[in-house]
Design a protein around this ligand. Structure first.
Ligand code: DX5
Ligand code: ZN
Length: 227
């Protein structure tokens, strides 16, 4: 099976209208989104401040049952892992340099019954996954420096995706390969061709007039390069 035949689109709610967040999440799900990507920033690990576990709890209380992919850009991340698991996260991703013990933090996520993700910043070597590959359900490649939506895609990350796709395939494990940052209709096919199977897009979706049209254009672009 080609990696993109089960492609998932995960809109980042960082680009949603926070004054109407529940409606925005419902609309984007009705428009064909698979996951909700939930960016957590602390003005310490990254130079921006976003939303915390209370917001996820509120979405769950508002009967939003979708798969929520929490991307922690906080340091230290350990305590917030527990808080986000309790708030209803399905998957929690951490940056290796945001925790003191990477192996332990990944296990901590799984002990809560959540899927675990490891995030590679643009300059993070791929080898960081080598000794924890049995503890991850997802590898997230940042194609911008974390902290802000609306930045330009870093093209060198396509090669990184290719290297990681090979490592995942060689491992024989079921691990999703997610790309995050600057993904648009006009570059999602290149990311898919390089091996990504899970696509975060913030401004490209929430900044568009018709979320459903944008998501279906993205799916068509992915399908174009799926063999
Ligand atoms: C960046 C975040 C991304 C970002 C994506 O730190 O992790 O998820 O919000 O936004 P766009 O798609 O606008 O680059
Ligand atoms: Zn993100």
């Amino acid at each position: 099976m080609s990696p993109t035949s089960n492609a998932l689109i995960a809109p980042s709610i960082l680009a949603a209208d926070f004054a109407r967040l529940g409606d925005e999440v419902r609309t984007v799900l009705q428009s064909g989104a698979d996951w909700i990507h939930f960016d957590v920033m602390d003005n310490h690990y990254v130079p921006n401040l976003s939303i915390g576990p209370l917001v996820l709890q509120a979405l769950r209380k508002a009967e939003i049952e979708a798969f929520v992919d929490v991307h922690l850009m906080v340091e230290p991340a350990e305590r917030l892992i527990d808080d986000f698991a309790a708030a209803g996260a399905n998957l929690i991703s951490i940056h290796p340099d945001s925790v003191r013990h990477v192996d332990r933090a990944l296990s901590q996520i799984r002990e809560h019954g959540c899927q675990a993700g490891l995030v590679l910043n643009p300059a993070t070597p791929v080898e960081v996954i080598d000794w924890v590959i049995d503890k991850v359900d997802l590898i997230l490649v940042m194609s911008v420096n974390p902290g802000f939506g609306g930045q330009a895609f870093i093209p060198a990350m396509l090669n990184k995706l290719k290297v990681l796709r090979k490592r995942i395939d060689d491992s024989g494990r079921t691990i999703r390969l997610e790309i995050d940052g600057g993904i648009k209709v006009n570059n999602i096919a290149a990311a898919a061709a390089a091996g990504a199977d899970t696509f975060v897009a913030g401004s490209a979706i929430f900044g568009s007039a018709d979320y459903a049209a944008t998501i279906s254009q993205m799916r068509a672009e992915i399908a174009r390069v799926s063999g």
